[in-house]
Design a protein around this ligand. Structure first.
Ligand SMILES: [Zn+2]
Length: 116
């Protein structure tokens, strides 16, 4: 383990969480940390593909199946857009939840407007 840290940015590197480095973005996209570029990561567990700062590769967890941090956007230039996994389907099961307060406020305003 001692000398493995500088291999994390090599294409093909797989970290302990089974996250594979598929190489740097080319042309390089700037990462979210200073002097970082985004690397193309692939989860060998579920196949999810996402972007990660080079400094995070060694300990990266899959955003989809290992509750890792959300992947960095790869879709800025178009060239990398096809690499990234499509966004998960929108959740519809929260529809209507938590809107009682809004409804009450709307009712109150309407009542005030029309002098009810
Ligand atoms: Zn995964």
């Amino acid at each position: 383990m001692a000398r493995s840290s500088n291999r994390t940015t090599e294409r093909g590197f797989v970290n302990r969480n089974r996250q594979k480095n598929n190489g740097a973005t080319d042309p390089p996209l700037p990462g979210s940390d200073h002097n970082q570029i985004i690397y193309k990561m692939e989860c060998l567990v579920c196949g999810h593909r996402y972007g990660a700062n080079s400094s995070h590769i060694w300990q990266r967890k899959c955003p989809r199946c290992q509750r890792g941090a959300e992947g960095l956007a790869l879709g800025v230039t178009g060239a990398h857009e096809r690499y990234a996994s499509p966004p998960p389907p929108k959740r519809l099961d929260a529809l209507g939840a938590g809107c009682e307060a809004w409804e009450a406020e709307i009712n109150a305003r309407v009542a005030a407007l029309y002098g009810l």
